[in-house]
Design a protein around this ligand. Structure first.
Ligand code: BG6
Length: 484
């Protein structure tokens, strides 16, 4: 459904996320004619900004994000913005000002772009001020809590005010075009699904490697680390989409029910298995793309506990009929040599080769789903090199590049997700039971690291991560997939 005129209220509306992602994405939606002419954006913060200040700040953020070709469209977008000062948990007068800024009878969306511990107080404030009218939606950002107990608490506080059907939990990876394409690839083609199981797949690798460091976010990151920041949400969501059974339809509950079953089927990583099947790393000084960079401990901002991981590799198992015995290797890190996110499915060897004297073996096939950069799909096939005599076999890729194939612009994750919230479609948002199931699996890993004082292994910035990650996958004679 298309969205009608909506009051979109953004708490944290002058903060980093609003400026870097939300407002630029909303501007793009507006430019493409996808915002109702009556939709307003009310930025809420403690700043006491004037409307003019907010518009200047927003205009600069939008221009910093993408090129603005039509100043009239930008002006029209800026005219939709208003600012209200609310001190959540402090002076109650702000809530009245917010009430005055909203129009009765329109759809309401409250986007909480704030740390999760504020969610409860904001929802209560909205309820007490009579603003959370039936049908209002609430949008929550990650991290949703820092463990199962705190996630449950946040979810429960929000649920006192907003029913689950109106609660939209963002995992922006689900808004990426390539991630949605994974479902289309799996369920709109017949050739993959018959092979998509332990009989034909040897293992799966899911990598989200970044070349950036933590930047100015060390205060947050120090309390989080890569396990909570990336694995609990983005990587596990990718694992779910890769491993799930075909849902009966593409709708809010069918898709999320199937993802939940995958999370519930993950073999718990506890005790000695944590030591064997996980690796923590932290970047030291090094050089990325020819530039010397400092190590994590020397990054500016916030106190360092010294013990935060900026890299995780682990081996997970989905204990069900389809996947028994197929390892899923997950890996994510900051300050890696290359920024690259991809899912690699490695097929098994052929059961019998008829080319025993061939030069080169029938190599195992890989299917690579590249999420970023160079979005696309590669399938390696074994082919014969032209020439006489015994066949020379060589793996060659079949390549599909989305940029070369489609000439339409790929919308950004937040554009897609904000449009879905405005239209009231929660399919690409994470349900409460999924978030909690993900924490239930992640918690014992973090607990075991803490109990055993597992220090992160230092890797030089700009490298392929700590040696332990290569040992982890190498134990079964496997290696991390490297780009061809
Ligand atoms: C965020 C994490 O959720 O995802 C960041 O908090 C990370 O630490 C970012 O950099 C990565 O997103 P993307 O879209 O750049 O892969």
């Amino acid at each position: 459904p298309a969205s009608g005129p909506t009051d979109l209220v953004v708490f944290g509306g002058t903060g980093d996320l609003a400026m870097r992602k939300l407002l630029p994405s909303l501007h793009l939606l507006d430019r493409d004619g996808r915002l109702d002419p009556g939709t307003r954006v009310v930025a809420v913060s403690r700043d006491g900004l004037t409307a003019a200040d907010l518009r200047d700040k927003a205009a600069a953020a939008i221009r910093g994000h993408h090129e603005v070709n039509d100043p009239d469209v930008l002006r029209r977008f800026l005219d939709r913005l208003a600012h209200v000062t609310v001190d959540v948990g402090g002076d109650p007068r702000g809530w009245n000002d917010l009430a005055d800024a909203l129009t009765p009878g329109r759809d309401r969306v409250f986007h909480l772009a704030v740390p999760p511990m504020l969610s409860g107080a904001i929802c209560r404030g909205l309820r007490d001020a009579g603003l959370a009218v039936p049908g209002s939606r609430v949008v929550l950002e990650k991290p949703l809590g820092r463990d199962l107990a705190s996630a449950r608490e946040v979810n429960a506080e929000v649920a006192e005010v907003f029913p689950e059907a109106d609660t939209y939990r963002i995992d922006h990876y689900l808004g990426k075009e390539t991630v949605q394409n994974l479902l289309v690839l799996r369920f709109a083609n017949v050739i993959l699904e018959p092979l998509w199981n332990s009989r034909w797949i040897d293992h799966v690798q899911i990598t989200a490697a970044e070349s950036v460091g933590v930047g100015g976010r060390r205060g947050y990151y120090d309390t989080s680390g890569a396990m909570r920041d990336m694995v609990q949400n983005h990587l596990l969501q990718l694992l779910c989409l890769t491993a799930m059974e075909p849902p009966s339809s593409y709708d809010r509950d069918s898709v999320r029910d199937e993802k939940l079953k995958v999370l519930q089927a993950l073999t718990p990583l506890t005790g000695d298995r944590v030591h064997e099947d996980t690796v923590r790393g932290q970047y030291g000084p090094g050089s990325v793309g020819g530039e010397e960079v400092v190590g994590y401990l020397d990054e500016a901002g916030g106190p360092a506990t010294g013990d935060t991981e900026t890299f995780v590799a682990l081996r997970a198992e989905v204990a069900n009929w389809r996947w028994a015995g197929v390892p899923f290797y997950l890996r994510t890190g900051k300050r890696m040599e290359q920024a690259r996110s991809e899912i690699v499915v490695r097929f098994r060897e052929v059961p019998h080769t008829i080319f025993p004297g061939a030069d080169g073996l029938p190599g195992p096939g890989h299917l690579v789903i590249r999420l970023q950069p160079d979005e696309g799909i590669h399938l390696t096939m074994t082919a014969k090199e032209p020439g006489p005599g015994a066949p020379r076999l060589r793996p060659v890729p079949l390549k599909l590049s989305f940029a070369d194939t489609f000439d339409t612009r790929s919308p950004e994750a937040y554009e897609r997700l904000l449009a879905d919230v405005l239209a009231g479609d929660p399919t690409l948002f994470v349900r409460r039971d999924e978030v909690e199931a993900a924490w239930r699996w992640v918690d014992p890993v973090i607990a075991a690291w803490t109990d055993h004082h597992t220090s992160p292994e230092i890797y030089p910035a700009g490298s392929a991560g700590p040696a332990g990650a290569h040992r982890l996958i190498g134990r079964n004679g496997r290696t991390w997939y490297e780009q061809e």
